[in-house]
Design a protein around this ligand. Structure first.
Ligand code: IPE
Ligand code: IPE
Ligand code: MG
Length: 246
């Protein structure tokens, strides 16, 4: 049986999030510039989107650029922003074909105006699609998201719109960039690094973590199937005992 056939379609992770890492090392391995790795990484992005929507995954969230990534050399940041514009243009037909709704999380205002323009176009053109929500984390940092959340809630307290003892987990959730999405079920990080790098700290509280040694430009549909199969072999107990679950 192929890997794909072994997947239990009725027990798919509803929300998969991916830290797409290893583009730079992939390029370096071939004696090329880092930007060459990012360019080749876009092929894996396309593969993962197509594969996820075909399987029936409802939410796919991709970490494309972190708040910390602004500290990279200007040349690399510019190359990434150009690639973002280019990819949004070239992937829009795929979003239409597969009925993928685009969503973005992060400090979008900090992006170059060209990127914002392409994003807004893709967001509005795909707003009514329902097959899968594809969220791009752009200039995203989980701590920045939490700071913004606490500021907004504090403002509401100050204006007597909410009283402090009514601030619940649900209220906090409703102020996050991810308010309309379920928590992450499966978090994948490629390239062998085993860290979270400021990604969705609140939302991964009970996610299953899967670390792949594969560098992002080498990540294929088969690798995604492997990750999902691995996820399906785990018992998610959410604090309960195994006996309570089965
Ligand atoms: C991930 O690949 C892409 C982004 C962070 C934008 P890297 O660029 O981090 O690649 P490595 O980790 O240096 O190999
Ligand atoms: C995390 O990768 C950010 C993205 C994949 C967009 P990094 O390569 O920036 O993470 P660190 O700095 O090595 O932890
Ligand atoms: Mg990296």
């Amino acid at each position: 049986m192929s890997l794909k056939e072994q997947i239990n379609i009725s027990a798919l992770p509803k929300h998969i999030a991916i830290i797409m890492d290893g583009n730079g090392r992939w390029a370096k391995n071939q004696g090329m510039m880092r930007a060459f790795g990012h360019e080749n990484g876009t092929k894996s992005v396309k593969t993962v989107i197509e594969t996820s929507v075909k399987l029936g995954v409802k939410y796919l969230t991709l970490y494309a650029f972190s708040t910390e990534n602004w500290n990279r050399p200007k040349l690399e940041v510019n190359a990434l922003m150009r690639l973002l514009v280019k990819s949004l243009k070239s992937e829009l037909p795929l979003f239409h074909k597969e009925k993928v709704k685009l969503n973005v999380i992060g400090d979008i205002e900090s992006l170059p105006s060209k990127a914002k323009k392409e994003l807004n176009l893709a967001l509005s053109e795909t707003a009514n699609y329902k097959d899968m929500v594809l969220t791009l984390a752009l200039s995203y940092g989980s701590r920045e998201e939490l700071v913004k959340t606490f500021q907004e809630i504090a403002d509401k307290v100050k204006n007597n719109l909410i009283s402090p003892h009514l601030i619940t987990e649900q209220v906090i959730k409703e102020h996050l960039y991810t308010k309309s999405m379920p928590d992450v079920d499966l978090l994948i990080r490629t390239s062998g690094e085993q860290r979270i790098s400021n990604f969705l700290l609140w939302q991964i509280a009970y996610a299953e973590l899967y670390f792949s040694p594969v560098l992002w430009p080498d990540f294929t549909a088969e690798h995604l199937y492997e990750a999902i199969l691995n996820y399906q072999q785990r018992e998610r107990r959410f604090g309960k005992t195994s006996e309570q679950i089965t």
